[in-house]
Ligand binder design. Structure first.
Ligand code: GLY
Ligand code: MN
Ligand code: MN
Length: 431
């Protein structure tokens, strides 16, 4: 792997926390992601299923974790099943984990090849009262492609209709929402690599550069710093493209006088950063751009104070919307009177700020956790107010990653340039 090896204690601890939540005589079966087909004989680059990684550190397709803490057979209490390599696989694909390597990474002693899974599962099923199966329960996620966990759950219910099954996802979400110190360190590394990407960009953006050249500069910095890549498709959006919230074409030239909105985050050891910065292509904000930028920056700074235990994403969104409404009046986009008379179902600010301010972050960029979940120490969320004025070709977003602690919010990206003057200064240095 490109990332430095992680201590197996992290995964041991994560499994222990999950086991503490399981009722007696439970069996839990979790699958890794597939290698998703691309075309011809190609697959997309593999990315491990986040829950399986969280519990094992195993970064290989077709892996299965089976845990049955009350099983009488010690060897079946915690088992990992892996692909058995062959000369053919070794020649064409390269290395697959040996049992010893998998033991060292995961801290799981009982590692078997996949062909032993079915029989081992049957043995454990004999004494299981309930079987926990996994699925992707992210509320905004819809996919026509069933993943391995879903295919397995369907098959399991057909083959073993008399067993009681339960959802593993809510238990895993509860655990993954609270980051351990080790996980926070990984998020800090991802954030630091992201900072390097941004600083590289600040030094070479100028009129005429293409958005994909900016993307390439960021990618270079990510790769040489051991990131696996981007945690999500990077948004490199100049001029009016910045008003398209999920713009990922990144194929236009950056024009003199335009702003450039960049939303990107390095993925390190499967943990991702999520950052947005907006800069003037020619190194100097116009007066209007600066007024708009500072309005967002002001909301960003005040919003960061709202990341305290007990608050929720839904409440925070409402609080930030109020702040943004005030700034938008200040920018002359609408008046106080117009706000007083607005349709409550269609508030005026929504025309210019149409997304939420926060989401959970971790192994996934939109990590597990609900919008009504009270913030607790150890949670990490983004803070990302934005302003999009299509008629003026202005799109601005500022986004940092914030750790909740009992002593107040900790900005994991505090050291990444964000003040307008600071950005202009770096852009205008000669290198
Ligand atoms: N990068 C995706 C987001 O900010 O939510
Ligand atoms: Mn975000
Ligand atoms: Mn983002």
């Amino acid at each position: 792997m490109r990332y430095l090896s992680l201590p197996s204690e992290l995964f041991l601890k994560n499994r222990k926390r999950l086991l503490d939540k399981l009722p007696s005589n439970s069996l839990i079966i979790l699958h890794s992601n597939d290698r998703y087909p691309r075309n011809g004989d190609q697959f997309f680059p593999f990315r491990q299923q986040s829950d399986l990684f969280y519990l094992t550190g195993i970064d290989q397709e077709k892996s299965i974790l089976m845990m049955a803490p009350d099983c009488k057979n010690e060897k079946r209490k915690e088992v990992l099943f892996l692909i058995e390599t062959s000369e053919q696989i070794a020649i064409w694909e390269g290395h697959k984990y040996t049992k010893k390597e998998a033991q060292e990474i995961s801290g799981i002693e009982n590692v078997y090849w996949l062909d032993e899974f079915e029989a081992a599962m049957k043995e454990v099923l004999a004494d299981a009262d309930v079987v926990f199966l996994n699925s992707n329960e992210y509320i905004k996620f819809f996919s026509e492609v069933p993943d391995k966990n879903l295919r397995f759950a369907r098959q399991f219910k057909e083959d073993y209709p008399l067993y009681k099954t339960e959802r593993a996802a809510p238990l895993l979400a509860e655990l993954r929402m609270i980051k351990s110190d080790e996980e926070i360190e990984l998020l800090k590394i991802a954030s630091e690599i992201t900072r390097k990407g941004f600083e590289r960009v600040l030094k070479f953006v100028e009129p005429g550069k293409y958005e994909f050249e900016v993307e390439a500069g960021i990618g270079h910095e990510f790769t040489v710093n051991r990131a696996t890549g981007h945690g999500y498709a990077p948004i490199i959006a100049s001029g009016g493209s910045a008003c398209v919230l999920h713009y990922i074409e990144n194929d236009k030239p950056c024009n003199d006088g335009d702003l450039l909105l960049m939303d990107f985050g390095a993925e390190y050891a499967n943990y991702t950063a999520d950052m947005s910065r907006t800069i003037p292509v020619n190194g100097k904000f116009t007066e209007r751009q600066k007024a708009c930028y500072n309005a967002v920056l002001c909301v960003f700074k005040d919003a960061k104070k709202l990341y305290y235990p007990g608050n929720t994403i839904n409440k925070l969104n409402e609080q930030v919307n109020k702040m943004m409404e005030k700034e938008l009046i200040g920018l002359g986009l609408f008046t106080e009177d117009e706000v007083k008379n607005q349709d409550a179902e269609k508030p005026l600010f929504k025309k210019y700020f149409m997304h939420g301010t926060a989401h959970f972050l971790g192994l996934d960029v939109h990590d597990v956790g609900s919008k009504d979940e009270p913030f607790k120490p150890g949670m990490v969320l983004t803070c990302e107010p934005g302003l999009y004025i299509r008629e003026e070709n202005i799109g601005i977003r500022i986004e940092n990653d914030i750790l909740i602690t009992k002593n107040g919010p900790v900005d994991l990206m505090e050291n990444i340039a964000v003040e307008a003057d600071e950005i202009e200064k770096i852009m205008n240095q000669s290198f």
